[in-house]
Design a protein around this ligand. Sequence first.
Ligand SMILES: NC(=O)c1ccc[n+]([C@@H]2O[C@H](COP(=O)([O-])OP(=O)(O)OC[C@H]3O[C@@H](n4cnc5c(N)ncnc54)[C@H](OP(=O)(O)O)[C@@H]3O)[C@@H](O)[C@H]2O)c1
Length: 290
Amino acid sequence: MPSIDQSGSFALGGRTVTRLGYGAMQLAGPGVFGPPKDHAAAMTVLRAAVAAGVNHIDTSDFYGPHITNQIIREALSPYPDDLVIVTKIGARRGADASWNKAFAPEELTAAVHDNLRNLGVEVLDVVNLRAMFGVHGPAEGSIEAPLTVLAELQRQGLVRHIGLSNVTATQIAEGRRICDIVCVQNAYNIAHREDDALIDELAREGIAYVPFFPLGGFTPLQSSTLSEVASGLDATPMQVALAWLLRRSPNILLIPGTSSLAHLRENLAAAELTLPDDAVRALEAVAGTV
Ligand SMILES: NC(=O)c1ccc[n+]([C@@H]2O[C@H](COP(=O)([O-])OP(=O)(O)OC[C@H]3O[C@@H](n4cnc5c(N)ncnc54)[C@H](OP(=O)(O)O)[C@@H]3O)[C@@H](O)[C@H]2O)c1
């Protein structure tokens, strides 16, 4: 496995994590629903990530649901001391695999307990409140009520740190008046840069920005510019996309998702890829094109 140390590190949840982490959503079945087609392969990917130095894993109990967390527990428990597992609450899966808002106090409380039980821990390292106001991306709406519930669960000792996901700058400001916010997780990648100003603002505040869909998510990135730059650097387009994010801002932490050991290796090797200035200039053309 490649060394990921060169990706650098950043403070997250009271600890320091390597900036190249791992997103576990791809370990569930198709549509992030039901079991994976190859349970043993999912375990192998998780163990290989941690063996390579990954100490930041992103998950949720609504992946599967429950199944992804159960695989993480089976593969990695007892957990290494330096591992930070970040989960999220605020959604509930329907029997038809739908994603539904779950902001009622009893739903949020049950979600924290589901995560504790399925991950097999007594305290959750970091819990993101995942806002569900917009269909495509963040939309305005007060997060005061659900975040107050989560902050109370933190006071009870069930949650160490709190983050926000799929949120606007206004919601982050509202959240920071209620409790300390250690990370923000929104959709962002080399092609979709709506959060550019927000990332810079969070960097100034020392808050981690954790882009989901760093490789394009359900429609992986495809761009001729990305492919040309990659071939010029003897790298793959996905490695360039990850290296670009690492260079974009020091508070960006990566959680690329994969169910494949070969893709995991490829993604972690992005830590060793330094983009020259002319490549970065060329990559500007990818913004908004994919
Ligand atoms: N807060 C939120 O609302 C939210 C939403 C979505 C995701 N997330 C988190 O963010 C993490 C990352 O997002 P994501 O997994 O949806 O998307 P992603 O990391 O952008 O991309 C994952 C997709 O790219 C493929 N892939 C991965 N590495 C590859 C490579 N080297 N070459 C070619 N294809 C590759 C994966 O397929 P293979 O399995 O075949 O590699 C999968 O289809 C998730 O795992 C989850 O933890 C959070």
